[in-house]
Design a protein around this ligand. Structure first.
Ligand SMILES: Cc1cc2nc3c(=O)[nH]c(=O)nc-3n(C[C@H](O)[C@H](O)[C@H](O)COP(=O)(O)OP(=O)(O)OC[C@H]3O[C@@H](n4cnc5c(N)ncnc54)[C@H](O)[C@@H]3O)c2cc1C
Length: 458
């Protein structure tokens, strides 16, 4: 009798225990938790609660909005955010100014996005996941690497299993959403591919920092004399960040505050706008590097969001990749319920599909970001403007210009980023359309001021 009661007790414990354990309660972890809970999948999120008051990742792109709608929180996000109609790209010292409006993506994506204060945005995602039934534990997950059938794998320590209330014989799928901590990859010593950039970013919020004469809410990215900057309008304040090479950062001062202040005062595109500005937050420092894990999953584990890879902040693909990554993981694994979790071969196949998609996404974002760093995008823009001015039968030249603008805007919005046609069009434009316009080097992001002077002289 006692044995039967304890068997029944164990079965009912297993039935209640989480099928998926997510480590990390940032945007990737909370989005995944919300989507899984919506399907009725039991999931538990480890949240180490280490969220500073100020976080990067404030500018969203239109491709994020459908995920907010899927979670049913677009109204709540709109209430804490500034509506973002597009993004502008300026080049210092009288260089070209390029304005992208999200109206260009009409028909396949929302024609706007949002700029959101990050901690509030993360809290919304978390609250929604809880409303939908996801469970959270306030603890740092402790992880133990091992090897299974020759493959690296990972499990929760006995203490973390206890915190999570996991019965001894259950093996939930473990998802790494720990962001740049990359907890699984570090524990298992997994290799990753590093991208071309290895910069440093300083940012803070300001009041009375004038915005340029663009639409309200428009994000401005500026190619500076050295490095580049962002200006993101948030409710009642402006987020201003600079991204510079590590060697240039040293020339700007010894503290983060000095470096941000000196960069602003030395850069003509920022100095004039900052004449009345008051910094209202501490200055935060972020290393800005590009990285992609060599593999996205293994037996019993999978990576999502920044823990899988991070592209670059220049075009704001970070939160998009976190939310889309969570959405892809949810749909690849659970679109037909939770059965896959008990079928190792099918599960591995679904995880392969998910990983391949995310790796593709990263490669295409990297390809697109390169056009902005090396200046080709400004060259295409100038050539397009020149073309649009030329008289042509049926106004063909101007239509061609509109067509290419629509494709570039849609790629940067997360709509056609992977489209073979759009990517081919960009390549074609950057090779064959660009006669009679200055070389791309003139508009490229520079590591230091000397480099810029040299390019100009050439
Ligand atoms: C300079 C810079 C500017 C950026 N600007 C933008 C932008 O404008 N727009 C944009 O979309 N993206 C931007 N990004 C990228 C964006 O910030 C990230 O892509 C995004 O935060 C990733 O979300 P995530 O959920 O994967 O990770 P995170 O937001 O890092 O969340 C991970 C969470 O896991 C927790 N955690 C870690 N280890 C453990 C553990 N062992 N147990 C429990 N919890 C743990 C952490 O405390 C954290 O809360 C920028 C990045 C940089 C570097």
């Amino acid at each position: 009798m006692m044995a039967r009661i304890s068997r029944v007790f164990l079965i009912s414990m297993a039935e209640k225990s989480p099928q998926v354990v997510i480590v990390g309660a940032g945007p990737a972890g909370c989005t995944l938790a919300g989507l899984l809970a919506k399907r009725g999948i039991r999931c538990l999120v480890f949240d180490d609660d280490k969220r500073p008051g100020l976080l990067v990742g404030e500018s969203l792109i239109p491709g994020v909005v459908p995920v907010l709608r899927q979670l049913g929180i677009e109204d709540r996000v709109a209430a804490i955010a500034t509506r973002k109609p597009g993004a502008s790209f300026f080049v210092t010292d009288g260089g070209p100014r390029l304005h992208f409006s999200f109206k260009n993506v009409e028909g396949h994506l929302p024609t706007y996005a949002y700029n959101t204060p990050r901690p509030e945005f993360d809290n919304l995602l978390r609250t929604r996941a809880e409303e939908l039934g996801a469970k959270f534990v306030h603890a740092r997950a402790e992880l133990e690497p091992s090897v299974m059938n020759g493959e690296p794998t990972i499990q929760l320590s006995a203490r973390s299993r206890k915190v999570a209330g996991l019965p001894a014989d259950t093996k939930p799928l473990l998802v790494d959403c720990t962001g740049r901590t990359r907890a699984f990859a570090r524990a298992m010593n997994l290799p990753a591919e590093k991208g071309e950039r290895d910069d440093i970013a300083y940012f803070a919020h300001f009041e009375d920092f004038d915005h340029d004469e663009v639409e309200p809410g428009q994000v401005i990215i500026s190619v500076l004399r050295a490095g580049w900057s962002w200006r993101i309008p948030l409710p009642g304040r402006l987020s201003v960040g600079i991204v510079v090479s590590k060697e240039h950062a040293k020339t700007l001062g010894s503290t983060a505050e000095e470096r941000l202040e000196n960069a602003i005062s030395q850069e003509p595109l920022l100095a004039e706008k900052a004449a009345r500005a008051r910094r209202i937050t501490p200055v935060m420092t972020y290393s800005n590097y590009q990285l992609l894990a060599d593999r996205g999953h293994g037996p019993g584990w999978v990576l999502c969001g920044d823990a899988f890879g991070f592209v670059d902040p220049m075009l704001s693909p970070g939160l998009f990749m976190s939310l889309i990554g969570a959405q892809q993981l949810d749909s690849c694994l659970f679109s037909k319920g939770a059965d896959l979790l008990n079928q190792p071969e099918k599960l591995a196949h679904a995880l392969d599909k998910y990983s391949a998609r995310i790796i593709d996404w990263h490669r295409f974002w990297q390809e697109l970001v390169r056009y902005f760093y090396d200046g080709r995008i400004f060259r295409i823009h100038l050539a397009g403007k020149r073309l649009a001015r030329q008289p042509s039968p049926f106004n063909l030249a101007s239509r061609m210009e509109q067509h290419s603008t629509r494709h570039i805007a849609s790629m940067a919005s997360g709509g056609w980023t992977r489209s073979r046609y759009s990517r081919g069009l960009m390549k074609m434009l950057s090779r064959y359309l660009v006669w009679d316009v200055p070389a791309a080097e003139n508009f490229a992001v520079r590591s230091n001021i000397a480099e810029q002077t040299l390019a100009k002289a050439a």
